[in-house]
Design a protein around this ligand. Sequence first.
Ligand code: NAD
Ligand code: UDP
Ligand code: UDP
Length: 311
Amino acid sequence: MKILVTGGAGFLGSHLCEKLLQNGDEILCVDNLFTGTRQNILHLLSNPNFEFMRHDVTFPLYVEIDEIYNLACPASPIHYQFDPVQTTKTSVMGAINMLGLAKRTKAKILQASTSEVYGDPEIHPQIESYRGCVNPIGIRACYDEGKRCAETLFFDYQRQHNVNIKVMRIFNTYGPRMHPNDGRVVSNFIIQALKGEDITIYGDGSQSRSFCYVDDLIDGMIALMNSKDGFYGPINIGNPNEFSILELAQNILELTKSKSKLIFKPLPQDDPKQRKPDISLAKKELNFEPKTELKEGLLKTIQYFKKTLDL
Ligand code: NAD
Ligand code: UDP
Ligand code: UDP
């Protein structure tokens, strides 16, 4: 099987490439290295089944492949807000190009969508049939609306051109190879704790997120790609164990034995107050069940940052 992974040099993409190589597949990793790094895939470059191509998915790509995992898109608010027009282009034009490629080659294609399609949700936990509450003109819209439009394109290519699609709504995921400067809460708090710097809580820290360890997420992603024909999603994948941001900070302080102080900063605009996946569909269709408890996953992530940042 020849598999294309777009965004393959990023956090999730590099773990996905690694896992697919273990299954004996041939991988073409396409990435423009905007937020991804060569370092993330350095250990894969010597594998004869792995090929890296520097390419921006907003431009057409003509290759011959059997499956496509479309992950290319900056994922953290700091990175996707850095060049918001490029973020929307990546989601929308990237989806059109990859769907065009899937249509021509008859490849199966999986879209890495996001819980952000639910925006600042009014129902809790979020179920796939919920249509979301997104501010279309806010600072998160380039990402949220880009991903929503990509989902539309996926379902229209399915209906109009019979493309075999799989749409996955990913909830907050953490683990080794998160970008140290991307401002996401888990990497920020761990690095601050290890350096003895103040822990920056935005707002009062009562907002919640449900954190999934990367290995569990990748298992769910591959299970979705291999799910029964005619099952398209959208499907939530994540860990439903919900924590307030304050609880996350306390866990990280305890695990790092850090003496860092908590400081409170303004809450960014449109920051969702709560987020938790309803994963009953994933349990039923994919037999999906996240296995890694928060503390166990945090310990592995702490070890990674200690080693790579020499802390
Ligand atoms: P990441 O930023 O580490 O990875 C994204 C990768 O895409 C990077 O390697 C980047 O260089 C590449 N990229 C960006 N624009 C590109 C372009 N125009 N052409 C080619 N490559 C491009 O982020 P991640 O956390 O690994 O996220 C991967 C995917 O999963 C994204 O689509 C993201 O929206 C989705 N997702 C992630 C999370 C999460 O918690 N990590 C949650 C929801 C959805
Ligand atoms: N495309 C691509 N690789 C392919 C086939 C198509 O990148 O192997 C791109 C191409 O740029 C095209 C887009 O995908 O504009 C959508 O393709 P589709 O066939 O749906 O539309 P059309 O070619 O008619 O624009
Ligand atoms: N957050 C925080 N301090 C930080 C970084 C983030 O309190 O240093 C908060 C942020 O406001 C949000 C939550 O943590 O409420 C998760 O933020 P992240 O950027 O990781 O992901 P997202 O908001 O996209 O879920």
